[in-house]
Design a protein around this ligand. Structure first.
Ligand SMILES: [Ca+2]
Length: 128
């Protein structure tokens, strides 16, 4: 099965969802899987550093997307979205090569970015 290593490194310039800050975490979902992966919550930080690693199975790297949603954790109410971005497909990704990406967050009131590192571990026969 095609597999990638995903590192959620950090985010920059997230918008404020609470009074003075946000408590951000990232939800990760691959289009071929219902399962949603999550990073830890980092409290009161608009430039959070997670440095968390995930191993993700894809079905078809040419077609599968990876959706990232940054959210603000709230103790007493529903978590607020801080922005989202996605990797549209993995056609340009090479086996074993590290891809350092700064993705612009859509639906953010600030110029927010998410820093991720994607390394295809095994693309099988799907891609070179
Ligand atoms: Ca909060």
């Amino acid at each position: 099965m095609p597999t990638i290593k995903l590192e959620i490194v950090e985010a920059h310039n997230l918008m404020i969802a609470d009074i003075t800050s946000s408590d951000p975490y990232v939800e990760i979902q691959a289009s071929n899987d219902k399962k949603i992966l999550k990073t830890k919550v980092i409290k009161k930080n608009l430039n959070p550093v997670w440095n968390e690693e995930f191993i993700i199975d894809l079905e078809n790297p040419k077609l599968d997307t990876l959706q990232f949603t940054v959210k603000d954790w709230d103790r007493f109410s529903k978590d607020d979205p801080l922005g989202k971005c996605k990797i549209v497909n993995f056609s340009n990704f090479m086996m074993g090569q590290t891809n350092d990406l700064w993705l612009n967050l859509q639906d953010s009131e600030t110029d927010a970015k998410l820093h991720v590192v994607v390394t295809p571990i095994d693309f099988g026969k799907c891609l070179p």
